[in-house]
Design a binder for this molecule. Structure first.
Ligand code: CMP
Length: 140
């Protein structure tokens, strides 16, 4: 199995409810190591740049407003098959479809306010990690 890194974001709906520790426990229980982490408050423009791939979607403006509405915790998770493993731990985008025990099943409020983001592929993981972290901040 390949050791990978993936970008994770604990979103405003979760930070506002003080769920950072409970969500981090889910990552660590699944064998993912948090090798970088910081709490930041995104501007709407920064959120828009991060999610630019969704710029044409009808929910784009709402998504950017939400991501800038309160602090987020951005983090790099490392482990065997970290990208797929993190997506498994997060559960489906819509919490109504998320498997029991996943982060979104337990904590997400709606498809928009769904508690966590995780990279979807190796190329996007590299880009997303570089958007938030310098190499010197990632300690594996
Ligand atoms: P995320 O994994 O961060 O990637 C894109 C985000 O867009 C997604 O999680 C959701 O938070 C959001 N999103 C996807 N579909 C919808 C939708 N139908 N309405 C509002 N937000 C959505």
């Amino acid at each position: 199995m390949a050791t990978e890194r993936t970008l994770s974001i604990i979103k405003p709906d979760a930070t506002k409810r003080n769920l950072t520790g409970k969500i981090n426990a889910k990552f660590e229980e699944a064998g993912l190591t948090i090798v970088a982490q910081k709490r930041i408050h995104l501007t709407k423009a920064q959120a828009g740049e991060f999610y630019k791939v969704h710029a044409e979607r009808p929910f784009y403006d709402e998504l950017c407003e939400f991501m800038a509405s309160a602090p987020v915790v951005v983090q790099v998770l490392e482990g065997d098959n970290a990208i797929a493993k993190n997506r498994e731990v997060m559960g489906a985008t819509n919490p109504a479809d998320a498997a029991p025990g996943t982060i979104r099943a337990e904590f997400a409020e709606s498809v928009g306010e769904n508690s966590v983001h995780g990279s979807d592929a190796a190329e996007t993981a590299a880009e997303e990690i570089a958007y938030f972290f310098a190499g010197i901040e990632i300690v594996g």
